[in-house]
Ligand binder design. Sequence first.
Ligand code: ADP
Ligand code: MG
Length: 721
Amino acid sequence: MAKLRFEALKKLNERGKVHSELSTPHISQFFGENVFGMEQMRATLAPAVFKKVSSAIKNHEKIDEATADAVASAAKSWAIAKGATHFTHWFQPMTGGTAEKHDSFFDALAGIEKFKGSELVQQEPDASSFPSGGIRSTFEARGYTAWDPTSPMFLYGRTLSIPTVFVSYTGETLDTKSPLLKALKAVDLAATSVCQLFDKDIQHVVASLGSEQEYFVVDKALFNARPDLVMAGRSVFGHAPARGQQLEDHYFGAIPSRIYDFMRDFEIECWKLGIPVRTRHNEVAPSQFEVAPLFEEVNVANDHNQLMMDIMNRVGEKHELKILFHEKPFAGVNGSGKHNNWSLITDTGVNLYAPSSSARDNLLFLTFFVTTIKAVHEHADLLRASIATPGNDFRLGANEAPPAIMSAFIGSQMTSVLDELEKNGNLKIEKGDNMYMKLGIDQIPEIILDATDRNRTSPFAFTGNKFEFRAVGSSDNCATAMTVLNLIVADQLDKFFAEVSKLIDKGEEKRLAIVTVLRKYIKESKDIRFEGDGYSDEWVKEAEKRKLGNVKNMPRALDAYLSKKSLDLFEKHEVLTHKEVEARNEIRLESYIKRVQIEARVMGDLAMNHIVPTAIAYQSKLIENARGLKELGFADTKSVLQTIKEISGHIDTIKNGVRAMVEERKRVNKIAEAHKRAVAYCDDIKEKYFDVIREAVDELELLVDDEDWPLVKYREMLFLR
Ligand code: ADP
Ligand code: MG
């Protein structure tokens, strides 16, 4: 039974080195060589055409047919010159991951390579097998993908890949990108209006994202010998190794050489595709690592993150490594997140979350800062819902991950700035430039520069010139969280603008009007601010007192999408219709159910077909042994009998647990309504049985002869490479 495990370990020990050498240390010489971006368009398109394309991108406008034809033709020539034979629309359906369907440029009828503007702009993959949450009935199974010109085309392998949105024939969005683009437009409009209170030169505001991607790496042979990793991406059994992360020696430690080779190799591929990966290091848990790019415009950054995950999987194959993006592949050690560093930057180059040396600009900074905190306060539940994935349920609130309670950390200095501003509410402020001094706003830059206090336990933290949304799961598509964050900030900025305008209309001086509204926001959103230890029990109690949500599981967290407040918010900014939000929730619930169901099945199979037979076989050996001892006249067989008894106990627990869980699944599967079924899968299957069964299996792992144990052990997966 344990054959597979030992074969896998043997393979691991015999692995040779896989090496890729850089042809030049000057990354600048090949960075983006496989991207058909702005530069390539500028070089290959007629100036008038290029102008049309770039203005359409900037202003969220449609591109006309003639322009599309010109772009298609230029892209085709570029791609074919680089060896491409096919093109594909590349999109991000609600299944997670990316999807593509390749068509060749070669038209056999005409005998030439062709690529029309209409093929660039629109394609019709058969949408019927992508999840739609009931939007599409079977007779209208068609959907189409449509070109997103704001994210550059790229050459992947020998295929020209075109980033696209994915919509049903009746116009409902079926992917993660479309609502993101709409939320980004909303935040651009809202933020620009607010900026113009300060500076009329600002025409656009762009949201930026730098996502730090955490992941685990396991040798391919070991991975393949763990059916749970193969089927569910997570180990459902495995006793904690003697050594975990308690030595704290992994974080920022020397990168193991096999992993280093893998990193170098996937980074090269990323650079060619214009993905600005920059930082690499070990993470806290053994075999856990991180890669972080330089930040980019949110939509492009997210496409790059999706593409990078794919590249990592492919390059991993070459190195006989498996990359685990699951939020909690191993119990007892840290889980993985995808910290979303986010800020808003004007087209004049001002980062709106960076305090500056001028008092005037600091009022602008404070406006965005306070409004963002207020938005998080207003929509904390929706923000929580936006990061719900089946895997994240195992991570949030676990001892090392941000809690399921949404709060914002701003640091002690910003706390005192806000306190000061709030306290001096009744102060009579002189007009003129002095006013800034009186507000204490001129002091911010000095304060922030030495703001070294970092709180790693907060789900949403201000880190000097950006916010870091840390609760996002490592397997997730950032678009979901980014849609909500940009949307709620857009909405709050709109409200801010309206409130300030009203005061101005009443004759209030502009700066005073701004400060008045900010003061109000500071007061109203105080409860969402928390500077202490987010992992502590005290915070759970305190948060309860403050009436902050602490929703621990995905099916319940998703409810926040369906509140009237949320539905109205999505509709008001034309991000998603009621129907679309409902359909999306349905898809997420179904996916949650399937994931828990798969885990439950894998658990049952492993327990009954691998663990129990192994335990019984070992128990029989012990029984033989006890009999032999008795025959030889040893009176005291207590210890071996005790082990036999313990093993029996665990076997009983497992068998009873698995049987009861199977029965429960039969019952739960009959529940018609998806939400109720998902909640039942959570409460009556996952919560009720997973830990009980696992505990018994993990105990058996300690009792049964190592030679007989069929599953690759934690110490082997986490420490051998
Ligand atoms: P830290 O290590 O403190 O989290 P880093 O400077 O290493 O911060 O940045 C982490 C990530 O945040 C990187 O991806 C970086 O590009 C990104 N980042 C930095 N500034 C911004 C910004 N203004 N907007 C969005 N992301 C940013
Ligand atoms: Mg960070």
